[in-house]
Design a protein around this ligand. Structure first.
Ligand code: ZN
Length: 642
């Protein structure tokens, strides 16, 4: 399916769309150009100037600094798709020209190695992210071409991909390797889809199938370069860290670095779809199930530990020492989106929605200026400061990181959110997300306009209007969210019998559609107490509050300190009210809770034969994504139940 152009006009998401356009993209451009005085220096654009021979100096920044420029360009492309901006486009064109001037005659493009010695290129795929940066540049090029029709960056990356194709592969004399950080694989599939050049798809498949073969390629590579490491200690993480422990088709559990994992699984779905490889798709289903049934936080976050920024084991989901990188939740959205394309089942869209409304947007402040890398579900600022196990957890969002993967990743996802709303399979259009928007699709030569109106996620009413020049027989699949038990759907006021038409969580409405037909969804939202499987040690005896797709939390600013001493009685009612003035407008949930009376304890640390006394307290829950946009303090998602 060609990329849909979807214009978002939504009370919730339009704010993000505008933030990305007006704040994040200009701010990130300034960062990349080193024009923000109090942020970490980036040098990303300067590296390209040095590589192009237009400035003298040394490479600065992370070895993957180029990817920041690529992700910015990709976000710009999506933004230009719906919001033409000649000035921004000109700036992007100038950067693309610079990238072109930095490219080597043989197509190679990576400023770190151009500046530090081309003789070292492709000698450390394990640690040096060349293929990762290449992948991001390809994604940017495809997006920029699709948004503007301009081929320059696309031609640059095709030349680079041709170069890579001449370097890697099964043939004699080529490197039989694969990247330490996956990303090139999914990018090459995108490049294949837009150019039709099958070599790019084959190279993506090659990188996937080469991974996990014995002997371990990264050992061979390491010996070859004189046993030198780029990141001291990197090798001690072992092959699970970058999912090279087994051939990808044999993998059953999500292990290792969470971002790498979900980028790889995304590419596996892509390749499976393009080649009809059922065995590969089956591996994706297994890995998906392992994540969402055993290794995912309720916020859609993944990655339970800081060590290796990685998955750990089934049901190990600590809330305070968690990693939950913003990029990993974004990667889970990518994975979910691709599984949906392969097989439209609402379980994928449910997870995509969970990650989007919680673990992804928690990564950015409501003013678009600060970002989380780690997204904890429980925070005590003092513990972050004094307990080394939580050193990676920041109690407030940061301006810009030396390792700046997350902010531009948020920007490119939010700027392309329109691409995640619909899907087409055979003669059915699927609505995966409920976001106020309008789009036009071409279904077998017939133009179909679809408009959504909704105040989601604060209200579960959605109106979908169909616009057509001529009537058309087709299916419209509307997702019945997993959180909703009392969904009602009507077409032009007539109730649809959901039991009869629901397939894999989508109500499939097949009819001869007329111009102006209206589908109305009523998805009643009421706050619920979510419980975790009892095997999740961190959450037993606790509940998390969820309303519709939104997960809630307690903050110190509303509920006082020592949030861990709060309990929610089983009978306490959860009252919802919309607060226009708060946090950009949110549904707040209030409940009568209890809090331990600490004063009773005096100076004792332990006491025998005593119980904790509680006093009543009115609790205020706010959406998790919006935490710490007021005064910093403690935060808690899972609360004890009594
Ligand atoms: Zn990140």
């Amino acid at each position: 399916m060609a990329k849909l152009k979807v214009k978002i006009n939504d009370p919730f998401w339009s704010k993000y769309d505008a933030l990305v356009r007006d704040v994040v993209i200009p701010y990130q451009r300034d960062v990349l150009n080193d024009n923000v005085a109090d942020a970490e220096p980036s040098s990303a654009i300067r590296n390209f100037r040095i590589a192009a021979g237009e400035e003298v100096g040394e490479y600065y920044g992370m070895v993957f600094q180029d990817s920041d420029v690529a992700k910015w360009l990709e976000a710009v492309a999506y933004s230009l798709e719906n919001h033409p901006n000649p000035e921004l486009e000109k700036e992007a064109d100038e950067i693309i020209d610079l990238i072109g001037r930095a490219q080597q005659p043989d197509g190679y493009l990576n400023t770190y190695f151009i500046i530090n010695g081309l003789d070292k290129r492709w000698t450390n795929l394990h640690e040096c992210h060349e293929l990762y940066c290449a992948g991001h540049m390809i994604e940017a090029a495809v997006a920029y071409y699709e948004a503007t029709g301009k081929r320059k960056l696309l031609d640059i990356v095709c030349k680079f991909a041709d170069h890579m194709d001449s370097v890697f592969g099964p043939e004699e004399g080529k490197i039989k390797g694969y990247p330490g950080h996956q990303e090139i694989e999914l990018a090459l599939v995108k490049l294949y889809r837009v150019t039709g050049n099958k070599r790019y798809l084959n190279l993506a498949k090659y990188f996937l199938d080469e991974r996990g073969k014995k002997p371990y390629f990264f050992d061979i590579e390491w010996e070859k370069r004189g046993k030198k490491e780029f990141w001291p200690g990197h090798r001690s993480r072992g092959p699970e860290y970058e999912q090279s422990h087994l051939p990808v088709r044999e993998q059953t559990e999500a292990v290792g670095h969470a971002v790498r994992a979900v980028y790889m699984y995304s590419a596996m779905v892509d390749v499976a779809m393009e080649t009809g490889d059922e065995e590969l798709l089956q591996a994706c289903r297994r890995l998906w199930n392992n994540i969402v049934y055993k290794r995912m936080y309720i916020t859609g976050a993944i990655g339970s530990q800081v060590h290796g920024e990685s998955f750990t084991f089934d049901y190990d989901l600590p809330n305070d020492t968690v990693y939950a990188e913003t990029c990993a939740a974004i990667g889970l959205v990518f994975f979910a989106n691709r599984m949906l394309q392969a097989e439209p089942k609402s379980q994928y869209a449910d997870v995509m929605e969970r990650a989007l409304y919680n673990g992804v947007i928690s990564g950015m402040s409501l003013d678009g200026k600060r970002f989380f890398y780690v997204n904890p579900l429980e925070v005590d600022p003092e513990a972050c400061e004094k307990n080394g196990n939580m050193e990676h957890v920041k109690p407030v969002r940061q301006k810009w990181f030396a390792c700046a993967c997350c902010p531009p990743n948020v920007a490119r996802l939010l700027a392309s959110l329109g691409h995640y709303i619909y899907g087409v399979k055979d003669d059915t259009i699927y609505t995966h997300l409920y976001i106020g928007s309008s789009t036009e699709l071409d279904m077998g030569g017939t133009r179909i306009g679809i408009t959504q109106n909704t105040n989601y996620p604060w209200d579960g009413k959605v109106v979908i209007t169909i616009n057509l020049d001529v009537s058309k027989e087709l299916g419209l699949g509307v997702r019945i969210p997993g959180w909703c038990n009392e969904a009602k759907v009507s077409v032009n006021g007539e109730q649809v019998d959901l039991a009869k038409v629901t397939v894999d969580g989508y109500a499939i409405i097949k009819r001869n559609w007329q111009d102006g037909d209206k589908v109305e969804l009523d998805l009643p939202m009421k706050p619920v107490r979510m419980r975790a499987n009892p095997l999740v040690k961190a959450d037993i005896g606790k509940v998390a509050i969820q309303n519709g797709p939104i997960v809630y939390c307690l903050e110190e600013v509303d509920n006082g300190p020592n949030l861990h001493t709060i309990v929610l009685p089983k009978e306490a009612e959860l009252e919802v009210s919309y607060r226009k003035d708060l946090l950009g407008g949110v549904n707040v949930i209030r409940a009568q809770g209890e809090k331990a009376m600490i004063g009773e304890w005096g100076s004792a640390l332990y006491k025998a034969n005593t119980s904790i006394e509680y006093q009543s307290i009115k609790l205020t829950f706010i959406p998790y994504y919006a935490w710490v946009n007021r005064e910093p303090g403690e935060m808690l998602v899972w609360i004890r139940e009594k």
